[in-house]
Design a protein around this ligand. Structure first.
Ligand code: ZN
Length: 208
């Protein structure tokens, strides 16, 4: 199991120590990547392990969380069964992300964090074949990416703009998708990689 390692963590809510498993990305062969950057791995799926779930208080967090939980959250959380300290699958990863989304909402995390949580939740449901939940989470991710685009001065907005187009396409809002793909494809400030992707996705809509 050298493709996994153990992280030593301190809970940001109760300050107690706990351990969590994680995947060495360099050891994972990527089989394919979807047009919204969902990756499929030969063995372990690294993002199943991104959420740390504290076994002492039930607080779930990403190491990238920008804010700290308030004391009041302790009253609102109950501990979860210990599904998270060992190997995870799509079902246990979904539970971890669900709790992380609850915690992130309570501490009013920024749009970038919320968008990434919802995207990964959508991918987990794609893996599980649950189309309804996948689309609901893509819709949430789209709302937060729109917030990221409107609310910040991104140095390079091309990936966010492309994703706004791509999520609209996946949700059947083709007119909006074309609007965003054409913006990315025709904007010289956007990266070459995203302009290429936008042209590809735009093309796929023309051939429908
Ligand atoms: Zn804790």
């Amino acid at each position: 199991m050298e493709d996994m390692y153990t992280k030593e963590l301190t809970c940001m809510l109760c300050s107690k120590a706990f351990k969590s498993r994680a995947v060495r990305k360099s050891k994972q062969a990527v089989l394919k990547t979807d047009s919204d950057f969902c990756m499929y791995y030969e063995k372990e799926t690294p993002y199943f392990y991104h959420v740390n779930v504290c076994p002492h208080c039930g607080y779930a967090f990403l190491e990238s969380f920008a804010k700290k939980p308030g004391e009041k959250m302790k009253e609102k959380l109950t501990t979860l069964p210990d599904f998270f300290s060992g190997k995870r699958n799509a079902a246990t990863a979904e539970l971890a992300y669900k709790r992380a989304i609850d915690c992130a909402k309570m501490q009013r995390e920024n749009d970038e964090i919320m968008a990434s949580l919802y995207m990964q939740m959508a991918w987990i449901n794609r893996l599980r074949g649950d189309r309804v939940k996948e689309e609901a989470h893509l819709g949430e991710a789209l709302a937060h990416y729109t917030g990221v685009y409107e609310g910040s001065d991104l140095e390079d907005a091309s990936k966010v703009m492309y994703l706004i187009g791509e999520l609209n396409r996946r949700l059947g809002c083709n007119k909006k998708a074309v609007f965003w793909f054409s913006r990315v494809a025709n904007d010289e400030n956007c990266s070459q990689a995203m302009r290429y992707r936008a042209r590809q996705s735009w093309q796929s809509l023309r051939s429908v």
